[in-house]
Design a protein around this ligand. Structure first.
Ligand code: AMP
Ligand code: ZN
Length: 470
């Protein structure tokens, strides 16, 4: 599979580190609010990546964290603690907020056919692991204590900007927007590994540590959780593109400093879902959730299709009109699939050829819109219906659009016709079907007219030609 690697800025032929297991890590949600459909775009595309890798035969081990501590309002360690903010807003405890929004996230995933990774770990479960990492970083000289907090010292690295060459001006942006500078930092990009001197007197979640009572920084949790479950290396790390800097940059800095060697080979970044006001975010602007889509009458899988129709490395603009287009596409697709009859035998050669086209689309840097086109190729293919159904079932293990289930539902919802039954008329209707198959239109028309003269109308249905008396 060719995958774009944010680290090398190139499409690379994916090769896993180990023959028996492919290790994948995903940055999970910060559970202080519902996930918006922008967040879920990232999770949908990461889900399709995992399912594509499985489709290609890899044994994927995937881990995801749940950020229930340590993420401040600004990704640069400043502002209010997001969890505390959520708790205050709803007059609940931080743990109640975390539980509620973690469950809500899983419910959304289920509705969108996003497979939940086998290992999901809340940051609050791994405090000893984080403390151990911070201690090691201090021992190795990559960290320092200042004003009660522990900071990572970015000046100790040969190269800090791994994804982009940020220039000073880029970094000034935060300052211009009024983010106050932390005077404890020795270098501009140093970041907090462990907070003790928090400005939040009422910080709800605090743990004892060698540096005093406090809580971990946001970045350390993903390094700690992935190393805990995946070991000292991993194949693919995923997240939204907004996390490339500083979150993933800092993850690499501290993980490689801690391990003393390269950590992760491929970085998979999903680009943003934007509204007309810019990037959809939890803190500002239009905030769209799966529940809202449902309230407005959309099947969540329409949103999944909407995401699959565009490439994960392009920004995607959300408008209701665009979603309506996806809804129409989905309906038409399902109606076409509903016409297929589950009869006969699968043509293995045709099926293999169809699958090959589908796999080629995924192999080309996860070209999901081409993979959706492969569904139409199936419907147009010169083969019997069972072969088509077999291909669609196979593709749907990756696409997750419930193609066959939705088609069955569609068929069941169609009004049931009362059809006639009479051996003589049945024989004529069958003869007409044969004539049509043989392209003997004159004979087909003759039979139709003969039946019409007897007050009988022929009706074409997914189950073949039927008739009724008018
Ligand atoms: P958060 O819950 O804020 O930690 O974000 C969860 C995931 O959603 C992260 O991988 C983010 O990078 C990603 N994300 C945030 N905003 C967007 C957006 N507008 N479009 C796509 N992905 C996003
Ligand atoms: Zn992360």
């Amino acid at each position: 599979m060719y995958l774009y690697n944010s680290l090398s800025h190139k499409k690379e032929l994916f090769t896993p580190n180990h023959p028996d297991v492919l290790k994948m890590y995903t940055c999970g949600p910060t559970v202080y609010h519902y996930a918006h459909i922008g967040n879920l775009r990232s999770y949908i595309m990461e889900d399709v990546l995992e399912k594509s890798l499985r489709y290609m035969g890899y044994n994927v081990k995937r881990v995801m964290n749940i950020t229930d501590v340590g993420h401040l309002a600004s990704d640069a360690d400043t502002g209010e603690d997001k969890m505390l903010k959520g708790a205050k807003r709803e007059h609940k405890s931080v743990m109640e907020i975390a539980k509620y929004y973690t469950d809500a996230f899983f419910t959304d995933c289920k509705k969108l056919n996003i497979k939940i990774p086998e290992i999901v770990e809340p940051a609050t479960n791994c405090i000893p692991e984080f403390i151990h990492m911070v201690e090691t970083l201090l021992d190795k000289g990559y960290a320092y204590l200042a004003g009660g907090n522990v900071y990572f010292d970015t000046s100790k690295l040969e190269k800090y900007y791994v994804f982009n060459d940020h220039n000073e001006e880029d970094l000034e942006v935060g300052v211009r927007e009024g983010v106050e500078e932390d005077e404890n930092k020795r270098n501009k990009n140093d970041f907090v590994l462990w907070f003790t001197k928090s400005k939040f007197e009422d910080q709800a979640l605090k743990w004892d540590s060698p540096w005093g009572v406090g809580y971990p920084g946001w970045h350390i949790e993903c390094s700690g959780i992935s190393i805990k479950h995946l070991g000292e290396d991993m194949d693919i790390h995923c997240g939204g593109i907004d996390n490339a800097f500083p979150h993933h940059t800092n993850e690499i800095a501290q993980s490689e400093a801690y391990l003393g060697h390269k950590w992760c080979n491929y970085w998979f970044h999903v680009h943003h879902l934007n509204t007309s006001d810019g990037k959809m975010s939890k803190s500002k602007g239009e905030f769209l959730t799966v529940s809202l889509l449902e309230e407005k009458g959309y099947d969540p899988l329409v949103y999944r299709l909407f995401c699959l129709q565009s490439h994960y490395r392009r920004n995607l603009v959300f408008t209701w009109e665009n979603l309506d287009n996806a809804a129409v596409t989905y309906q038409k697709l399902i109606a076409k699939i509903a016409l297929l009859e589950d009869k006969g035998e699968v043509d293995a050669d045709v099926l293999a050829a169809l699958k090959q086209r589908f796999e080629a689309a995924l192999n080309a840097d996860l070209n999901t819109s081409l993979a959706v086109t492969a569904v139409y190729d199936v419907l147009k293919a010169k083969t019997n219906d069972v072969t088509k159904l077999a291909a669609l079932k196979d593709f749907d293990t990756v696409l997750g659009l419930n193609l066959l289930e939705a088609a069955k539902k569609y068929r069941d919802a169609q009004p049931k016709e009362e059809y006639g039954s009479d051996p003589e008329i049945d024989a004529l209707v069958a003869a007409r079907a044969e004539a049509k198959k043989a392209k003997n239109w004159a004979e087909a028309d003759r039979i139709r007219d003969e039946l019409k003269a007897q007050g009988i109308e022929i009706i074409d249905t997914p189950q073949g030609a039927k008739w009724k008396r008018i």
